[in-house]
Design a protein around this ligand. Structure first.
Ligand SMILES: [Zn+2]
Length: 324
């Protein structure tokens, strides 16, 4: 007698009450699992939206607070448009101030609020030492004219501007500017103009441009070597991260909290600094047009006075980085 041989797995379960119960149990377990996954997914989405909502509310609250503080430091909204509206926390004893920049346009792009604030002081003389003529795109002559035009808008007298055109200091981020060459130019200006305050870039040079950073290291080296006048002070412009850099006046609270030396300008001066930057026609590519709208350097500058111990530490860090 032939019997059909079938594998146990392929044979359908006999429809007994016990098997029916097992099948129902399996179906119920798989349903529960998918339900749990769905619930977890839903909760994750809900929590993400909640977190996002909280972040948006916090940012909105912070932005409104910045706006209120900005209006309050100028006392009222109408004052913001006043030509003399500035909020400055910078020593009154600084009377002959030298800004050291690397390229024509640095003065407007980065130092505008400090320059505008100090030129308003009747007993303060502002000088510019620009260490290259910005000849990177073979536009040296044009950029030279643009520097004078921009400084006129910033109310710096033409005779207070010095532009260095030296082959050893080219406008080129790939060329290392020798500290001795920079130091020679700085010392020449400091001593001939009887400068009591130097303002320049910090270690990161705002944009990490090698020429900006080179000025900082050269400045601190002459400071440490005690080659400046007795009492000559050195200030550097704070570099901030990219979020703060493009947060316009909404960097106000952080700036005022983290620094104790600052220059904040009103809206009229903000427009004037933008105009000075626009005088650098050759540099007004699309991203710089965005920069002059959103950059906090158009409305806020925070500075740090360099002490001898800071300068020595910076030089040690620099020599360690070079040796590694
Ligand atoms: Zn520059």
């Amino acid at each position: 007698m032939n019997e059909a041989i079938t594998s146990p797995s392929s044979s359908p379960l006999p429809s007994t009450p016990a098997n029916r119960h097992e099948l129902a149990l399996n179906q119920s377990q798989s349903f529960n699992l998918s339900e749990i996954i769905f619930k977890v997914y839903n909760q994750a989405v809900c929590h993400s939206f909640d977190a996002l909502e909280h972040i948006v509310v916090c940012i909105g609250f912070y932005a409104i607070l910045c706006l209120i503080v900005y209006i309050l430091i100028f006392r009222k909204w109408a004052t913001l448009w006043n030509r003399n509206a500035t909020n400055v926390r910078f020593p009154n004893t600084c009377k002959r101030v030298l800004f050291i920049t690397a390229h024509p346009d640095d003065e407007s792009m980065f130092f505008g609020p400090t320059i505008v604030s100090l030129t308003k002081r009747p007993d303060c003389h502002v000088y510019i030492l620009c260490l290259s003529n910005g000849n990177h795109g073979k536009l040296g002559h044009q950029r030279q004219r643009e520097l004078w035009d921009a400084c006129k808008i910033l109310q710096i007298p033409a005779e207070n501007i010095t532009l260095v055109n030296a082959t050893l200091l080219p406008d080129d981020p790939t060329v290392t500017w020798k500290p001795q060459i920079i130091a020679k130019q700085i010392l020449k200006q400091v001593h001939s103009l009887d400068i009591d305050t130097i303002i320049t870039f910090d270690r990161d040079g705002v944009s990490h441009h090698a020429n900006h950073c080179a000025i900082f290291y050269s400045s601190i080296s002459i400071y440490v070597a005690n080659l400046l006048h007795e009492g000559c002070r050195l200030f550097t412009l704070d570099s901030v991260n990219v979020c703060r850099k493009y947060s316009f006046l909404f960097d106000l609270l952080l700036s005022m909290t983290l620094s104790n030396t600052w220059c904040i300008v009103g809206l009229t001066d903000f427009c004037r600094i933008q105009k000075a930057m626009r005088a650098h026609h050759s540099q007004m590519v699309w991203f710089r047009r965005l920069y002059i709208i959103f950059s906090r350097y158009m409305i806020i500058n925070t500075l740090r006075e360099i002490q001898l111990s800071d300068a020595e530490l910076e030089m040690q860090i620099d020599s360690l980085q070079k040796s590694n």
